[in-house]
Design a protein around this ligand. Structure first.
Ligand code: PHE
Length: 451
């Protein structure tokens, strides 16, 4: 136990923790996944549903996960086991989701590194959308090159996780997160002042209610879980790094707030540019990589901003990928007794291999499609829209009905030292509203219940 604590380390300040936890939340989910998922699911309709679901599960589950983590000082499987041993399998589900998510996350992380290299070599002087689209497709369809970058991204993740998360990540998060934010605001201003940008704003913010259907609702729920890093125990793990004096309640509000602002701002960078340059908002996973270079080409010092921006995107992706790998690694360390170094390297290698089909599915294996989606989209769908919400549902039921809301509240109030005015609200949310909400979306999506 002692030994484990030492390896786990602790965040040294509240600000450091909130930034590191926001670092886990803010990542490709906000910058890459949110804009294209919103684009593919009706824009404003999706954003509206996203907000409703965020209200129901954002704070509720964030606080739930943090409370379990800090109460047990363990990562997911250990945490469930310690609180009620026969429920450790819920943690197993989270670890499985971690494997799936990191496998494709690292592929996209690799694309980011490729684009950073492009930016450094000044490749962004192209304004023609069609050409930018082609450059991107050519790259991802190549069988080998994206795999090399996928490997580089995974290697970077490994290096950070081996070094131990707390100090390094905390320190870098404090600098990089605010820089990312400033950069996004600058880009947003550029995007919003492009000709025809308002079409993009309208598309993102004005809901067309007729577009809301079961598919959109499921996509929005998956996006909330993915973006907030909820449902697989990431926040249990991060909560386990916290000392007993920290205020979990305010953190559980701040992290979703920061994450949501970044997602919206990213949407206001990408979608106005999509409309201004005449791209298709339903353009899918390539949206970030095709529209942003177009925006940079229209900016003074665009080449410089491009480099800065892709560095920050890479950093945002890494502060998330390490939190995913950390969940998987701490499972091997806690449950299998492997050394940290061995677990990190071995598991990352396994996940790298698991990511290969997602990468090849863009080109060589693009004929391999299930449910109208390519391999990467299917892995993403399974992990984000099924595993994470299922993990979240089980966690609500576990906290609400097995571990007990009173014990969770005792933990988050630091044993009665902090006041928790939202106590009644949170109790009702975690016991009833959130689980019923998640079940409802699942029922919709599987066609059991017609809206
Ligand atoms: N939230 C991260 C992002 O938005 C991804 C993530 C998902 C991280 C699940 C941890 C767990 O990029």
């Amino acid at each position: 136990m002692e030994n484990k604590k030492e390896k786990r380390g602790q965040f040294t300040s509240k600000l450091g923790f909130v930034l590191a936890a926001s670092g886990s939340a803010v990542g490709l989910g906000n910058l890459w996944r949110f804009p294209f998922t919103a684009g593919a699911n009706g824009g404003g309709a999706f954003v509206l549903v996203y907000f409703v679901i965020l209200f129901i599960i954002g704070f509720t589950l964030m606080l739930g996960e943090l409370s379990m983590g800090r109460a047990t000082m363990l990562s997911p499987i250990g945490a469930y086991r310690k609180l009620k041993s026969k429920y450790a399998w819920i943690g197993v589900l989270g670890v499985a989701a971690g494997f799936l998510i990191l496998s494709f996350y690292s592929v996209i992380g690799g694309w980011v590194i490729r684009y950073l290299v492009k930016a450094v070599s000044g490749d962004f002087n192209v304004t023609d959308g069609a050409v930018l689209g082609e450059l991107f497709t050519d790259f991802i369809q190549n069988p080998l090159e994206p795999l090399v970058y996928h490997g580089i991204f995974m290697a970077l993740t490994v290096l950070i996780v081996i070094g131990g998360v707390a100090k390094g990540i905390e320190r870098y998060s404090k600098i990089m997160m605010p820089s990312l934010f400033v950069m996004l605001i600058l880009l947003m201003i550029r995007s919003l002042t492009l000709p025809g940008a308002m079409e993009g704003v309208k598309f993102l913010l004005i809901p067309d209610f007729s577009k809301i259907n079961a598919e959109v609702i499921l996509a929005a729920m998956g996006q909330v879980f993915f973006s907030l890093s909820l449902g697989m125990g990431t926040m249990i793990t991060y909560g386990s790094y916290l000392d007993k004096e920290q205020n979990l309640i305010s953190s559980a509000m701040e992290i979703p707030l920061i994450d949501t602002i970044v997602a919206l701002v990213a949407g206001l960078v990408i979608l106005p540019a999509v409309f201004s340059f005449g791209f298709n908002p339903e353009g899918g996973p390539g949206l970030l990589f095709i529209t942003l270079p177009a925006v940079f080409s229209q900016m003074p010092l665009g080449g410089f901003f491009a480099v800065m921006f892709f560095i920050l995107v890479l950093f945002a992706a890494l502060t998330s990928s390490i939190s995913i790998l950390e969940v998987v690694v701490s499972y091997a360390v806690d449950e299998r007794g492997w050394s940290r170094k061995f677990s990190t390297v071995t598991l990352a290698a396994v996940i790298f291999v698991m990511g290969i089909p997602s990468s090849l599915g863009q080109g060589l294996w693009s004929h391999v499609r299930f449910f109208g989606r390519d391999i990467l989209d299917n892995v993403d769908f399974l992990a984000s829209n099924v595993f994470l919400p299922l993990g979240g549902l089980l966690m609500c039921l576990f906290i609400g009905w097995v571990w007990g809301v009173d014990k969770a509240i005792d933990e988050v109030t630091n044993h009665g030292k902090l006041s928790f005015p939202l106590k009644g609200f949170w109790t009702v949310m975690i016991k009833y509203v959130a689980p019923i909400g998640i079940l409802f979306v699942f029922a919709q999506a599987t066609g059991l219940l017609e809206l």
